[in-house]
Design a protein around this ligand. Structure first.
Ligand SMILES: Nc1ncnc2c1ncn2[C@@H]1O[C@H](COP(=O)(O)OP(=O)(O)OP(=O)(O)O)[C@@H](O)[C@H]1O
Length: 977
């Protein structure tokens, strides 16, 4: 074999100092580089329609070319065959692949690419038609990158090994067949494992840093580079790298690559044109074997594998987003810096390189969603345009000449201070302009922040104003809502189901918080209620006094009645005393909100005791009424007459008018009492015969005239007889009136009781609101300050977690996801961001599902059914999978769980029955905890590594872009976003 490799590559490199970076992916500034378009060394079969040769103003040429995208489908593997998995895809021709659609009415949409390789295609063919000419561009000074992208176990490593091997063979063939050029090949290799860059040629060097070089772009600091002496040596070095790479076993792949691997060959070549001019080319050729995207639900990973998976998914998500933005021709911000992978590959993605992507896919029906994702990634990638240049370097002599020219120019400037000052000013101006731009950006940010703050302030001010207005002229709307009784309120009517309440988004919660009245206003409202309660007690007291006076004045009832009456009176006294205690508490101290809340709680007890006392009063009154009621039956009348033990004897009742004129309802008792006090003559009981005179005077009514006639005929036998008749009549009338009074008092006491009960209820609501407001207030305060109190964070965490649990339930989220999230996030302050992200995702998803549900079917076709039913279907499949895993438990464990979870002792599919009970009650935290523990056990998930929680904050797929790479497996995939 002819050797064209320079013996001392380090000295060679020195020759090209300052003219080319160690990362040739970065173009040397055009003004300083002589460029030309190199011929593709191989007989190129590259698409000509994708290639434009563009002349740059400087005369050098750049190549605008779309990324070459091919798809390779591997055959069904043994596992898939064993599970009788089906081939779901058809390779229609060399460029088209289509999903085998069983639904003939709706033909599936075909995907087209530069080349589609069916399962039977050899790697040689894939290389020849998909990567060869791109790989060999490096020999002509054009940077090239070939990478394999696809889900785990789809054949990336298998394909890339073949591609690298073929490329090395062709490179050395070319070198051997090009005697007029000397070549130097250097190799470096790295892997990105859990977002850490590691040198595969020297693992001991530890994690490597990425540096930004203004000229070279991103470079890997201290990355080892070895010169390959020949093809064999190069192969050996590559095998060393592979041996060093992180590989692990997952359910889908026994030897799954757990890192992204980049093998970089730097090809330098020198062409001697004349005695003083050496033309040389330098380019890098990257072989990138990406780690595969994976669904936790399919790979069933946990612990270390899970953490790796989350890093892999995250960086692939960034890659997909970079590709997507580039494919849309977005010239704004491309998020290269979001992952190390895209930083390192930046020049290969829309930059100075030719790039070929081989997307590997599995043909199986069980991986159809992942294949779809890969194909949509590939569809975006084929729109990305790269601008490759030939990195050509001229010899030292030419360099010297150019430097001399530059020195002469500078000397001229020095001689002409005006010019040099001008240049100086220009550079100063440029610098200032940069600063101004930066300042403008900063100002824009500040302005945005200010606007947000302003709008928050406005909201708060508005809320405060509303409250002030309402507190001045009556209870606030919230309080009014509370004041209206249970059956009138939406709250109590059951319109707001608990599910609905929990699913209210975080924004709504904050909005609510702003709209809520200040706790102190609520406390004032509670105090108003207390005042009203006191008034009611006073009313009750007055009404009872009237009643009592009536009874005493007319000497009604027997001993028992008298006792009952005095009992009622003492009870009412207690009642008033309790009310005034409550008032004292309210008036005690208005400064401290927490104290007020405690007071209110105490008052809650006071109200309870009031209720009890009223209960007693009512019982006593009932007793009176029932005793009175017994007078109504003829039998009982006789009985009572015989016993001479009437409950209400009228013998000594000289002032019947009071009873007759007494108010029928104690609610009007005050007026009646005032009138009574006005008309009453002192010592009414002892006035005897005088009563008649007063009776005449005070009772000018028809009924009373009969009483007058009784008095006029007093003394005669006839008059005695007639008196006895009339007395009976009057007795009856009087009895009726007294009875009516007692009844109406009883009604009143019932009303009073109801009112107190309602007050009690309102007070409880208000106390709850005050507590809630307090909690919310402290949560917002905490959000504003970095120094958080653990107690309030704990409250917020619990609240958020409850919301999340409910949303999981509503959105049919994977049980594995719920379990992992639940077990990994335990309320550590650092969990805050994960909770927020999860809540936001789920809130959006829930709204999205709701919108799909609300949209007209004409607009959506069968989408709603697809999205929701797909989620439900996936969940069902997951439950079936978990049911299978139940057999991993011992019989004893199983039976114990069945018993505990009430699975019938006999019956079919007990394992599935059991799993179907898990994660079904979002309200029951004990149920949730146990469900999580059981699922974790079934999938061997253990909370071993703190960092595992990273996976939950990373894979957020945009709701607006249906073509996004569905990194968030359990939701976006199911929704086919
Ligand atoms: N085209 C193919 N023909 C035959 N077997 C293949 C093909 N592609 C892949 N395989 C086999 O499938 C298995 C998985 O392939 P490979 O490890 O390359 O997948 P991968 O995409 O790199 O997975 P991961 O992302 O997990 O590393 C290997 O055993 C490999 O030999």
């Amino acid at each position: 074999m002819r050797t064209h490799i320079t013996a001392d590559p380090s000295s060679l490199s020195l020759k090209f100092r300052a003219m080319v970076g160690s990362s040739p992916a970065v173009a040397t500034p055009s003004s300083k580089m002589h460029r030309n378009l190199a011929a593709t060394p191989s007989g190129s079969r590259l698409r000509d329609e994708n290639r434009n040769i563009v002349a740059t103003p400087g005369g050098s040429k750049i190549r605008e070319e779309k990324i070459r995208v091919t798809v390779r489908m591997r055959p069904l593997n043994r596992k898939e065959q064993a599970m009788y998995d089906l081939v779901a895809w058809d390779c229609l021709d060399e460029q088209t692949i289509v999903f085998k659609n069983p639904n003939q009415e709706r033909p599936a949409i075909p995907y087209t690419f530069d080349r589609v390789f069916a399962p039977a295609c050899s790697t040689q063919k894939v290389y020849d038609e998909g990567a060869k000419d791109v790989a060999l561009s490096a020999l002509s000074g054009i940077n090239a990158t070939i990478f394999a992208y696809g889900q785990t176990s789809s054949g990336k490593t298998f394909t890339m090994r073949g591609i690298t091997e073929n490329a090395i063979r062709d490179i050395y063939d070319y070198i051997n067949n090009t005697p007029d050029r000397d070549f130097v090949l250097r190799i470096s290799a790295l892997e990105i494992y859990n977002e850490t860059v590691i040198d595969l040629l020297n693992r001991d060097s530890g994690p490597l840093r990425l540096l930004d070089d203004p000229e070279k772009g991103t470079i890997v600091e201290k990355l080892n580079e070895e010169v390959a002496k020949d093809g064999q040596h190069l192969r050996h070095l590559i095998s060393v790298c592979e041996a060093h790479r992180q590989v692990g076993e997952t359910t889908l792949n026994d030897k799954s690559s757990r890192s992204h691997q980049i093998i970089r060959l730097t090809v330098e070549s020198f062409l001697r044109e004349s005695a003083d001019r050496v033309k040389s080319y330098i380019a890098s050729l990257n072989f990138v074997d990406l780690a595969g995207s994976e669904r936790v639900s399919q790979t069933k990973t946990c612990g270390t594998r899970l953490k790796e998976g989350s890093h892999i998914n995250r960086s692939l998500l960034t890659l997909a987003s970079v590709i997507r933005k580039l494919s849309c021709g977005i010239h704004g911000h491309i998020p290269y810096r979001d992952s190390k992978l895209t930083r390192i590959l930046q020049s290969s993605l829309g930059g100075n390189a030719r790039t070929a992507i081989i997307c590997t896919v599995s043909p199986s029906l069980s991986h159809v969603e992942q294949t779809r994702n890969t194909l949509s990634f590939a569809t975006s990638a084929k729109e990305v345009v790269n601008t490759a240049r030939v990195n050509m370097i001229v010899s030292e002599k030419t360099q010297v000449r150019e430097l001399q020219k530059e020195v002469a120019r500078l000397e001229g400037e020095l001689k002409n201070p005006e010019l040099s000052a001008h240049a100086c000013l220009r550079s100063l101006l440029a610098e200032k302009e940069l600063k101004i731009q930066q300042l403008e950006k900063d100002m824009e940010d500040l302005r945005r922040q200010r606007d947000i703050a302003q709008s928050q302030l406005d909201l708060e001010t508005r809320a405060n104003k509303v409250q002030k207005g309402t507190s001045d002229c009556g209870p606030s709307s919230q309080v009014v809502r509370c004041l209206s009784f249970a059956e009138e309120t939406e709250l109590a009517s059951g319109n707001h189901t608990p599910e609905r309440r929990v699913t209210v988004s975080r924004q709504a919660m904050l909005k609510n918080l702003l709209a809520c009245p200040d706790p102190s206003i609520l406390v004032d409202e509670i105090q108003k209620l207390e005042h009203r309660q006191l008034q009611l007690c006073e009313d009750a007291n007055r009404a009872l006094e009237v009643l009592h006076k009536d009874f005493t004045t007319h000497n009604l009832g027997n001993q028992e009645t008298a006792e009952t009456m005095s009992k009622v009176l003492s009870e009412i006294k207690d009642l008033v005393a309790a009310s005034s205690t409550a008032e004292e508490i309210v008036k005690a101290d208005k400064t401290n909100l927490m104290e007020k809340i405690t007071q209110l709680k105490n008052q809650g007890n006071t109200i309870s005791s009031l209720e009890r006392k009223l209960e007693n009063v009512q019982k006593s009154i009932d007793k009176l009424v029932s005793a009175f009621g017994t007078e109504e039956t003829p039998d009982s009348k006789t009985q009572h007459r015989k016993k001479k033990n009437l409950p209400f004897s009228l013998n000594n009742s000289p002032s019947m008018q009071h009873i007759i004129r007494a108010p029928c309802s104690p609610l009007s008792s005050r007026k009646a009492m005032e009138r009574e006090i006005e008309n009453r003559v002192p010592n009414i009981l002892s006035s005897g015969g005088d009563t008649s005179a007063r009776f005449h005077k005070d009772t000018p009514r028809k009924d009373d005239e009969s009483c007058g006639s009784i008095v006029s005929r007093e003394g005669s036998p006839a008059s005695r007889q007639s008196k006895s008749v009339n007395v009976k009549k009057i007795q009856k009338m009087f009895k009726n009136a007294a009875e009516e009074n007692i009844r109406s008092f009883r009604v009143y006491i019932t009303e009073l009781k109801e009112l107190v009960a309602k007050l009690h209820y309102q007070k409880q609501l208000l106390v709850c609101q005050v507590l809630e407001l307090e909690a919310n207030k402290s949560v917002t305060e905490e959000m504003d300050t970095t120094d958080q109190s653990p107690l309030s964070w704990h409250m917020q965490f619990t609240q958020q977690r409850n919301q999340i649990i409910m949303l999981w339930h509503l959105c049919h989220i994977s049980l594995v996801h719920r379990t992992q999230f639940y077990l990994l996030l335990r309320g550590d302050p650092s969990d805050q961001v994960y909770m927020e992200v999860e809540l936001r995702r789920l809130t959006w998803l829930e709204q999205h599902l709701a919108e799909l549900g609300n949209a007209s079917p004409a607009l959506l076709g069968d989408e709603p059914a697809d999205s929701v039913s797909a989620s439900i279907k996936a969940l069902k499949q997951e439950r079936e999978y978990l049911a299978k895993r139940v057999s991993r438990l011992t019989t004893e464990e199983r039976e114990l769980l069945y018993e505990r979870w009430e699975v019938p002792p006999v019956g079919k599919q007990r394992r599935l029955q059991f799993v179907n009970k898990l994660w079904t009650d979002p309200y029951n935290m004990k149920h949730i905890k146990e469900s999580a523990e059981i699922v974790a056990k079934l999938i061997d998930f253990c909370v071993s590594n703190e960092n595992s929680k990273d996976m939950f904050a990373l894979n957020f797929s945009s709701p607006y872009n249906r073509k996004t790479w569905a990194g968030w497996n359990f939701i976006s995939n199911l929704l086919k976003l």
